[in-house]
Design a protein around this ligand. Sequence first.
Ligand code: ACO
Length: 437
Amino acid sequence: MIPSDVKATLSFSDGSPSMELPIYKGTIGPDVVDIRKLYAQTGRFTYDPGFLSTAACQSNITYIDGDKGELLYRGYPIEQLATNCDFLETCYLLLYGELPNPQQKGDFVKLVTRHTMVNEQMQFFLRGFRRDAHPMAVMTGLVGALSAFYHDSTDINNPQHREISAIRLIAKMPTLVAMAYKYGVGQPYIYPKNDLSYSANFMRMMFATPCEEYEPNDVLVRAIDRIFILHADHEQNASTSTVRLCGSSGTNPFAAIAAGVACLWGPAHGGANEAALNMLEDVQRMGGVEKIGEFIKQVKDKNSGIKLMGFGHRVYKNYDPRAKLMRETCHEVLDALGKTNDPILKLAMELEKIALEDEYFVARKLYPNVDFYSGIVQRAIGIPVSLFTAIFALARTVGWIAQLNEMIGDPEYKIGRPRQLYNGAAKRDVKPIGQRA
Ligand code: ACO
């Protein structure tokens, strides 16, 4: 960390001695005030629920400028990566810090491809679930269960174990997501086919059957690959922080990633793509474009509990750069499928236009996030809505692993242990049951 010449001074109105706090500079982005000695020197904690002003770690992986609407992986703008690279190149970049040269890419693709099959026993584990289980319930279980199948890569403190578990997770997630899907629809699992690209292989495992081969369509494969790139990492979001916190106890990488999957499921996070599409379908059922005004009115009414899903972001106070790319992909996919008159796309575009002009959304800096369009793309490809968040988990796995490995390699890493402001009862004595009110 680079110390700044500026120092912060914390003073107290009760006459307690003031304290000087060091400030550190990053490459770009806000400086941080180092409060690590605060408790030892003052007996006070800081209070910041939701981490509105707290940097919980230092990281070299992803940078977001929420005001500008900028997202960089290892310094590279997301727009350039989404246009010039494929998902496995992006994985290499996130894991190792640099884009691969042709030789490195070839070796990495080969390595990942050779790990795409899962232990045959996993299908019996999967069979324990109800067929109508939510894919994210299944994925949380399957990813957690990997630690029971791959004992030779569970020591988080061993760099070789971390390396092989990273490759295994990236390689096996598409297989597991496709298995969860096939199980739900009652079709046989399709084994990975190693002469296909990562994304084409995923689509074949989803859509081929033993009686009919699936011919991957280049535009759709590229769209899925782009969805993976755009979701690959997003610095210290809720699921990534969950993975870091979980992994900080020294648990195995599969268990830590399973915790990330569980966190991602929530509708305020990865579950928003599913929620956004369900919302668009609800508005369509209500009467479509004609009913947008009425729907926006409900969203603005705090008592309705209705949010414009796919809008708003803790960090972006501008258009999410991923949403712009997703919007572009959305048009390409619907063109390729001859679905340019898709009523849900029309509705989404109209809703976006109205929301971007409405004072409520303008004043709160609420813009479309990546989930607003990704659901339309996935639905057009034939992916069921309930699988959207599992696909997000597939893509985010590399980010979770890169962040987890970075944390374990950081000499300043400690078990995560937040503190609290206790507001409960002061010490009191237990009364015998007959004397309790
Ligand atoms: N629709 C309507 N109002 C909203 C929305 C929305 N989507 N998002 C925020 N607001 C309002 C809040 O009610 C609040 O209004 P107030 O100041 O009058 O009380 C104000 O905007 C600020 O919102 P907060 O909830 O304080 O913002 P926060 O940073 O905590 O939340 C979040 C961000 C959770 C993403 C929120 O915008 C949201 O719930 N959006 C919808 C869900 C969604 O799309 N999530 C995906 C996030 S991206 C991702 O995970 C890939």
